[in-house]
Ligand binder design. Structure first.
Ligand code: ADP
Ligand code: MG
Length: 384
């Protein structure tokens, strides 16, 4: 198999113009590439920093043709691109990750089927595809549970907690009667994720797993390293993530989220076919960021095991920070945050703050993990 290397000076394309597309573009530009973004929103974070903004829907035929003509290779920052668009790109330009791998990541039911096929444990679950499934008394064994739409969910959206069979039928209707996955609600000791990159030659490199703290279904903070992550759990998570990347013949950056349960067992939750919010600390804590690896995997450059040189804590900056107690718009106190040692402030250029909207992130690096944690705590106090 010949692996074509795409040299600096070439153009790369990215589907989606959010913060992940912006940070990909910045890494690609640093490595000498021009970036074209396909994104419907005029003011999207990536559109502000890229050479060309194709402002169109992801399945706009003219825009896809233009992207394939302009870019030597295309990646994505957003997995919910219509399958037809991904399949077309896969046939006409170097696309990484490939369309079939993305298709699995678009669908919780397909994801869980893959985990099961590969022998990676996941939460007890059932696919709820019709009214009859929603009313099937056998689902009682999964209650209390969480009903999640199979597609398009993110940041806890498209999920409803259900305690009884009656609530299940009601929740399924409330979610629009679309195909869902009912998962048993597990008691989580902690959450972690593995970010890896796999090249066209099959080589895989990964970061040490980070421990993740969610609030209201949205990532609140990531700890690298996590204080409660033991060596055996870390090894199991890395092995499982490698098996998943291999099983998918994946090319690009992949993130796999895991739960650790009360008895110490490890359960795969979901995966993302792209850099992940929990890997943002790598920009400041590692010699290569997850976006650098996305560029390398895309252009066929060598993948070198990344080295973490600093401990880090990453805090998400959500839109609510832009409002005072009275609900009035305000600018967060960046001066106080930037006065703390090891602070790395990243803002995404989004115009309108809204509660739950990811406006930026803030990473604290330090020599020791507890020092990074103490700084992050001070920042939380300063931001109010
Ligand atoms: P999203 O696509 O919105 O990230 P997730 O499936 O990752 O959806 O769920 C978001 C968060 O909700 C998880 O990180 C975890 O904290 C919690 N959660 C999800 N599924 C379960 C479950 N089966 N049991 C307990 N908590 C869960
Ligand atoms: Mg998740």
């Amino acid at each position: 198999m010949t692996i074509d290397y795409i040299a600096p000076g070439s153009s790369l394309g990215v589907l989606g113009g959010g913060q992940l597309g912006r940070m990909f573009a910045q890494a690609a530009q640093e490595a000498g590439y021009q970036v074209h973004v396909l994104e419907p929103d005029a003011h999207a974070p990536a559109a502000q920093v890229t050479a060309t903004h194709l402002r169109a829907a992801y399945d706009d035929t003219d825009a896809l043709h233009a992207l394939a003509r302009a870019a030597a290779a295309v990646t994505l920052e957003f997995e919910n691109v219509p399958a037809s668009a991904l399949e077309w790109l896969d046939a006409h330009v170097q696309l990484a990750p490939h369309a079939p791998a993305v298709a699995v990541c678009q669908d919780r039911a397909a994801e869980k089927a893959l985990f099961t096929r590969l022998g990676v444990p996941c939460a007890p679950h059932a696919v709820i595809a019709c009214e009859q499934d929603a009313r099937d008394p056998r689902q009682a064994s999964l209650l209390p549970g969480i009903l999640k739409t199979a597609r398009m969910g993110y940041d806890g959206k498209g999920q409803v907690g259900v305690r009884t069979l009656a609530e299940l039928a009601e929740a399924w209707n409330a979610l629009g009667g679309v195909t869902c996955v009912l998962e048993q609600r597990l008691v989580l000791r902690l959450e972690l994720s593995v970010v890896l990159a796999r090249g066209r030659d099959g080589r895989i490199v990964h970061y040490p797993p980070q421990q993740n703290l969610h609030r209201g279904g949205i990532l609140f903070a990531s700890f690298a390293p996590g204080a409660e992550l033991d060596e055996a759990t870390v090894c199991r998570a890395i092995d499982a993530a490698h098996a998943i990347a291999q099983g998918l013949e994946y090319v690009g950056v992949l993130c796999v989220e895991f739960f650790v349960l009360g008895d110490g067992s490890l359960v795969a939750n979901e995966m993302a076919p792209r850099p992940h919010n929990s890997g943002h600390h790598t920009i400041d804590s590692c010699d290569q960021s997850q976006f650098d690896l996305q560029v390398r995997a895309l252009v066929g450059a060598p993948l070198i095991e990344p080295r973490q040189h600093s401990a880090a804590v990453m805090l998400n900056l959500l839109g609510e920070l832009w409002f005072d107690a009275g609900g009035r718009l305000r600018e967060p106190d960046w001066q106080a945050v930037l006065a703390l040692p090891g602070a790395h402030l990243h803002l995404y250029g989004k115009r309108e703050p809204r509660p739950g909207r990811k406006m930026g992130h803030l990473t604290f690096t330090a020599q020791q993990a507890d020092e990074a944690r103490a700084r992050a705590l001070r920042a939380c106090a300063a931001l109010g």
